[in-house]
Design a protein around this ligand. Structure first.
Ligand SMILES: [Zn+2]
Ligand SMILES: [Zn+2]
Length: 362
């Protein structure tokens, strides 16, 4: 083989190598009527702040895990690798853009405004230039992002390092909220979740966000072979575009997915649950009803009986395993022929410690 032939051979071998194959595991959760469910993580880091991976790796990870959109939200004020990685605040976004485009991942430019409490850490996303956010005072940093029409959310509001005892809302947060610099809050961040933030989002009409805030290679924190998934946000968008995501975020159409919990507002979680299960009546007699309930999603769904007619006999607790059809018998006693089967969907949260209530009319 001549050198030329050898080079050609290596080129072809490299090109056809199975190592170039891309694998993607889709996340199976329902769409809502006229809305697509986009799987998004708006809070990640790379070596351009205090993360430990190159920006393109975040795109590969997102693709493999079935995500639709991510943000690389490097800290503006904290860049421990800056001696080795000398760049401006837009660079990680620029580096990841081509790969995102190639793999069809929507990359939304963002930055993390990183301040002591209060106000703590905030992400500003949908930026077009992160550099002006480098400011002495946090107010100026927010003002620069606001000029770019950023979407702001408060990160890890109960982070132990900044709020060691309780998760508090400070006067600074009221000022940011009143001045249009707070549109959402992370109700879940990585392995932590903040019940107080759920209620703040409901009271103040803020968008609920779940993020990984991943710093290491993703598989360091999550064991995908065991079925783990990163903490993320489901965004219910009219279209799979950055504009579609922005419109849904502005309208508060999100839920956070944190371990087995779905966290969101009642008006979103209710239809999300209805689309997650298929309920069929199989058989009916004067003794009772047989229902088949199929969990159409990747998420185990935990049901807990709530107040009901005592002559209706059914489970106390029941877990609908993912992608499984469950046949359930509901007994009638005392000459009744129907009734309301009431239960709480314990892991579909619509308030702190409050699951979604649902009724099947029999
Ligand atoms: Zn942070
Ligand atoms: Zn962060």
């Amino acid at each position: 083989m001549t050198l030329k032939q050898l080079t050609g051979f290596l080129f072809i071998a490299g090109f056809l190598s199975p190592l170039n194959a891309q694998k993607r595991t889709e996340i199976i959760v329902p769409n809502l009527d006229n809305l697509i469910t986009l799987k998004c993580d708006f809070h990640t880091h790379t070596v351009f702040s205090d993360g430990l991976v190159w920006p393109t790796i975040r795109i590969d990870e997102a693709y493999r895990e079935g995500l639709d959109a991510i943000s690389l939200t490097e800290h503006i004020e904290y860049r421990p690798h800056k001696k080795d990685i000398q760049a401006d605040h837009n660079r990680s976004y620029e580096i990841a853009s081509k790969k995102a485009n190639d793999l069809g991942i929507i990359l939304i430019q963002g930055s993390e405004i990183t301040r002591p409490m209060a106000p703590g850490h905030f992400n500003a996303i949908f930026l077009n230039d992160s550099n002006p956010l480098e400011q002495q005072n946090y107010e100026d940093s927010f003002a620069e992002a606001k000029k770019q029409n950023a979407f702001f959310f408060w990160n890890h509001p109960g982070w132990d390092r900044q709020q060691p005892d309780t998760t508090l809302w400070w006067p600074e947060h009221t000022r940011l909220y009143d001045s249009g610099c707070m549109h959402g809050i992370e109700v879940a961040n990585g392995y932590a979740y903040y019940p107080e933030a759920i209620d703040w989002c409901i009271e103040k009409n803020l968008t609920m966000i779940g993020t990984s805030d991943i710093h290491q290679p993703i598989q360091t924190d999550y064991d995908f072979s065991k079925g783990d998934h990163r903490t993320m946000t489901f965004v219910f968008a009219k279209e799979r575009t950055p504009e579609g995501i922005r419109e849904a975020l502005d309208s508060g159409r999100t839920v956070a997915w944190y371990f087995d919990k779905i966290i969101g507002k009642q008006e979103i979680v209710y239809p999300f649950f209805e689309k997650s299960v298929q309920i069929e009546e199989i058989k009916r007699s004067d003794k009772g009803v047989t229902l088949a309930i199929t969990n159409l999603t990747d998420i185990p769904i935990s049901l807990k009986k709530t107040s009901h007619d005592p002559s209706l006999v059914y489970f106390r607790n029941y877990v609908l395993r993912p992608h499984t059809r469950h046949t359930l018998n509901i007994g009638f006693a005392d000459n009744i022929t129907g009734g309301d089967m009431n239960f709480e969907v314990e892991n579909f949260l619509i308030g702190s410690g409050k699951g979604l209530n649902y009724t099947i009319r029999l």
